[in-house]
Design a protein around this ligand. Structure first.
Ligand SMILES: Cc1ncc(COP(=O)(O)O)c(C=O)c1O
Length: 386
């Protein structure tokens, strides 16, 4: 079936993502704007305390992005030049960049074909005397294998930083992600389950990590010290009270949001699993409760279906989509710096070549989901010559 030559204006446009902002969110932000405390006011500790309580950690440090949170996590663990950190090549680039920020070396380990998360069976062969930490990512809202990773970390005396940026409230064996490692990070860009516009959070049970990160985030200020008393090199990674107020408001309804997102995912899977040649996301097992971040399907490259062409055809039909994610080790400067080549991490590379993120957001209507699924079916039929 060919896309009829419609005037583009007549083609329905479905966005890739859309934040879930309601009147209470708007009021929360406007209320802060009416005060004198636009930053470093009462909303910052309130957001941190409520977030830590929700996750189940002792402490939380709000920062201006998930990337900043990752940077502070690496820095607060004392990782630096000469050290190696185990990371996954299938993630957002910041998951590996944060190691480079401190002059250490990211060491990639291939992923599992079903969950797309770091494969614990392949970690130990990459551990050397220089390895200091593992950064498992809970990709697309699905927990990595925490038990296996923690066992390896304990055996080799390694730190664990959970990159849970995409997995707020996802669970591993009944326990929320973010409560397993030495520390963990979350992110609140507008495509995330909850948003603060831009923003991130580091959580930990470790008072030393908490104190260090609180100081680093605010120019290296000493706790309780005078405004201009800086006791270490720090940054401006602060999150304003305007952002924090939005965070508090979003967090208040996060369980409702997650339920709505799970409903959208279920509706997609019901429809898409009937289309021959389309692989729907890995179903949760009893150990894994998914927190739906994105809905990523796979096309069958082995049957000659070209992912780029598939996306092009979807976009022509008004369906926004994206290649989530490209292999980090094959990106420009990683490839150059470490001489990586295609085939180095074959599982990651084959996933990266076949995945397509479809429009996905809280409250997406059944009608819009239906439309996207119709177009996926149409493009699949078109490209497979049916
Ligand atoms: C896995 C992962 N880690 C880290 C980040 C970085 O978060 P931010 O964009 O807030 O800096 C993201 C952002 O999408 C992410 O997906």
């Amino acid at each position: 079936m060919r896309n009829k030559n419609k005037n583009p204006e007549e083609i329905r446009q479905i966005p890739l993502s859309s934040p879930f902002i309601q009147q209470d969110d708007i009021k929360a932000v406007v209320d802060v704007l009416k005060t004198r405390w636009l930053s470093l006011g009462p909303k910052l500790p309130e957001f941190e305390e409520k977030f830590a309580e929700y996750i189940g950690t002792k402490y939380a440090v709000a920062v201006n992005s998930g990337t900043s949170a990752l940077h502070l996590a690496v820095k607060s663990l004392g990782i630096g030049p000469g050290d190696e950190v185990i990371v996954t090549p299938f993630s957002f680039v910041a998951s590996a960049n944060c190691v480079l920020f401190e002059g250490a070396t990211p060491v990639f380990v291939d992923v599992e074909p079903e969950t797309f998360n770091i494969d614990p069976k392949k970690i130990e062969e990459k551990i050397t005397s220089k390895t200091k930490a593992i950064i498992p990512v809970d990709i697309f809202g699905r927990s990595s294998d925490k038990e296996a990773i923690l066992k390896i970390a304990k055996k080799h005396n390694l730190k664990v930083i959970e990159d849970s940026a995409e997995a707020l409230a996802a669970e591993y064996k009944g326990k929320k992600v973010g409560t397993f490692g030495d520390c963990a990070i979350f992110a609140f860009y507008p495509n995330k389950q909850m948003t603060t516009g831009e923003g991130g959070m580091l959580v930990t049970d470790n008072k030393d990590i908490y104190d260090l990160c609180s100081s680093y985030r605010n120019q290296g200020r000493g706790a309780g010290g005078e405004w201009h008393e800086y006791i270490r090199l720090g940054y401006n990674y602060r999150l304003s009270d305007i952002n924090c107020a939005l965070g508090i408001s979003q967090l208040q309804k996060i369980d409702k949001i997650l339920k709505m997102r799970a409903n959208v995912a279920a509706e997609y899977t019901k429809r898409l699993s009937k289309i021959k040649g389309i692989k729907v996301p890995f179903d949760s097992t009893k150990d894994l409760k998914v927190s739906w971040f994105v809905y990523v399907m796979q096309v069958d490259a082995s049957k000659g279906i070209d992912r780029e062409k598939f996306m092009e055809e979807l976009k022509k039909r008004g369906v926004a989509c994206s290649d989530y994610f490209n292999s980090i080790h094959l990106m420009g400067f990683y490839k150059e710096k470490y001489s990586f080549k295609p085939g180095d991490f074959p599982v990651c590379e084959s996933i990266a070549k076949s995945t397509i993120a479809l429009p996905f957001y809280t409250g997406m209507s059944k009608d819009d989901i239906q439309y996207v699924c119709d177009k996926v079916e149409e493009v699949q039929a078109y490209l497979s010559g049916r």
